[in-house]
Ligand binder design. Sequence first.
Ligand code: F1P
Length: 371
Amino acid sequence: MMTDTPRPAESGARPATKLTLNRETVTYREILEQPAAWRRALADARLQSASLASGLGQPLGSSNLVVTGCGSSYYLALATAAQLRIALGRPVAAVPASELLIHSAAALGEVAPYVLIAISRSGETTETVLAAEQARREHGAVVLSITCYPGSALARAGDVTLLVESGQESSVVMTKSFTSMLLATQAVASEVGGTIAASDLDALPGLLDRLLPEHVDRCEAAGIRAGVAKRVFLGSGPYYGLACEANLKMKEMAIVTSEVYHNLEFRHGPISIVDSSTLVTCFVSDAGRSYEVPLLAELKAMGAALFVVCERKDPAVEAQADYLVELKSGVPEAARATLFLPFVHLMAYACAVSRGENPDSPRNLTQVVKL
Ligand code: F1P
């Protein structure tokens, strides 16, 4: 059963309809800027890939790789590590920068010299910069910095820097910076021998240009749905880091308590919270589909509302999804994963403004978090 009709906002807030959503914000503008930002990120990354490869002094594809960052950039590290495992066929660790800084033995054990990929939109987050400096000084690591800002502390702390200036943002919450840095990293991996085809990445901006207007209404409807008290995000494989980021967007923008799990992990206990006040956002993967689609039916039977993002629907998916974003991208799974995220940006944004929040100034947050 598909219901796209927006309903009054979540309990406790003024009923919002599509027409009353305030979209005159920096955050909304930057969500919509993603196709253009992606085009530029892919082009800029390719121009840097040769110098990055030589500057590292070792082939990325045969190094021990560790990816790190904080907050959204840690979730970006999770997503990046999954992409690098797929593209390079190697084990890649993803660790919060504070863990690398404070508990490096617990985080990594005694790792032979490794390449640390340190990610930070601002390039100024304290833990990330300190962790990069420590890794070089104490572990003999080679540091590849990924940041949106040249001349930042992280850019200075690295041996080489992948600069993603199209990800520069005025917003506090990360949206286009996250997806632009992920695509830039995939482009570099593709240039240095990874298995992802450059043409598949190049298809994404045009696809998003078409898909955003096609699905904005149902994304916003899922965000303003009435009676939702609990929100859960499910993603696996290349989508897990994206699901973590989606969960953080909902918290930061809408000030909503939400949870995130690998799809099937949700069945091992946390599913007990599901009832008719629960909205579950599910990223359906190609590889896990035969397990993930039956889970949709289980959740529906428990009373949950479902926001589903997938490459291809089928009758089983259509029967369960209240809000369905079908991409039909034609792009292989690993290359297309980033395409799932902007639809949750729109949902979280709509949830926020329908609850009277201002995504441009999220509570308790600053654009750069320092110790
Ligand atoms: C990342 C971060 C985000 C947070 C907020 C402030 O910083 O802390 O995790 O959600 O957007 O910035 P950065 O190291 O990527 O600049």
